[in-house]
Write a protein that binds this ligand. Structure first.
Ligand SMILES: O=C(O)CCC(=O)C(=O)O
Length: 332
């Protein structure tokens, strides 16, 4: 995942945060200026907006009804998720079962974990690995504030549980056994990591991007953004839709491996991040991926005479190497 993103990003020598914090920057350095055809033409004039789920452009789906045991309500929710997976490749979930306090705390401690002189990157970021356990190394997690490791650990556990629930919903919606997708990921052997992104204020947001257009190569992503600063844009045909995050919602998106497993029924959609001059932004992108070394192809029930297999089987590791050569977007 990191390799993939590094491919499409220039590697900064100075953390963007320190450039922005100098307070003297009126123009962004040359190396951050992107080609005119890639520039965001429609930076929202006011980046900060009120939390109003009604203004969101991707579906906001309330999962509360899944707990009630009411069959009709459950069917309606599943249908909404199915439509969002098919039509958007993106949706937001609220009442998802992850502790709201923990969401706020995770955002705050991860933010504080971005040290001034830490890992250098464009729109500074760092990775924390949760799964497989062999990759989890607390020594590489921020030590301060002292609650950081414990809270991020608990956050990871709850988000992994939510991701599992969403995978089961998607599996059922595809007409499969509810564990089929999870089994294809190799169940307990999945990969999970958190990418903490920090986008400082930018004096010339129209000339650059916080994160270049890409699709996520893995399974599903659960994104926790600032609830009041716009930044994420999702490709919709020729347009870029600026997502308005609903309060305490996760933005869920399909990765390339879901497109492959579903034989193209669900789409992994390109997205990018714009920055702005008045507000900084932080986002926690939680990637829920399959085991890296098992061949993945479309689930056999979804390959038919009318809909032959669209993709070659390959392992997630091979796929990452493949996109490194081919560029960051799976053909739809
Ligand atoms: O910051 C965001 O809203 C999106 C982050 C993202 O796409 C990523 O980390 O891959």
């Amino acid at each position: 995942m990191g390799d993939h993103l590094q491919l499409v990003l220039p590697e900064p020598i100075v953390p963007v945060q320190s450039l922005s914090d100098s307070g003297r920057l009126s123009h962004i350095p040359e190396r951050y200026i992107i080609h005119p055809s890639d520039r965001p033409s429609d930076i929202p004039h006011i980046a900060t907006f009120s939390d109003d789920a009604g203004t969101a452009n991707i579906p906001v789906i309330d999962l509360e009804g899944l707990r009630s045991g009411d069959a009709r309500e459950r069917t309606e929710i599943l249908e909404r998720v199915a439509a969002a997976c098919r039509d958007w490749g993106f949706f937001q979930v609220v009442n998802h079962g992850v502790s709201l306090e923990l969401m706020d705390a995770a955002r705050e401690v991860c933010r504080l974990g971005i040290e001034k002189d830490a890992v250098l990157n464009w729109s500074d970021y760092y990775f924390l690995h949760y799964l497989p356990p062999s990759l989890k190394d607390y020594q590489k997690w921020p030590a301060l504030p002292t609650s950081c490791r414990e809270e991020i650990d608990e956050y990871g556990k709850q988000v992994v549980a939510l991701a599992g629930r969403i995978m089961r919903i998607m599996s059922t919606n595809l007409g499969l056994n509810e564990d089929s997708l999870q089994d294809a990921f190799r169940g307990d052997d999945i990969g999970a990591c958190l990418r903490v992104n920090f986008y400082p204020k930018c004096p010339q947001p129209d000339l650059t991007l916080g994160l270049s257009s890409h699709s996520d190569p893995g399974g599903i992503t659960l994104l926790l953004p600032n609830s009041n600063v716009a930044g994420l844009q999702v490709r919709r045909g020729h347009d870029w839709i600026t997502i308005m995050p609903a309060t305490h919602a996760f933005i869920v998106s399909m990765g390339d491996q879901i497109q492959i497993l579903s034989n193209g029924i669900y789409k992994s959609v390109e997205h990018r991040v714009i920055v702005n001059s008045s507000d900084e932004r932080i986002s926690l992108a939680f990637f829920y991926n399959m085991r890296a070394n098992i061949p993945i192809g479309s689930v056999k029930e979804l390959v038919t005479y009318e809909r032959p297999a669209l993709y070659d089987r390959m392992t997630f590791d091979e796929y990452r190497k493949w996109i490194r050569l081919r560029g960051p977007k799976i053909p739809s």
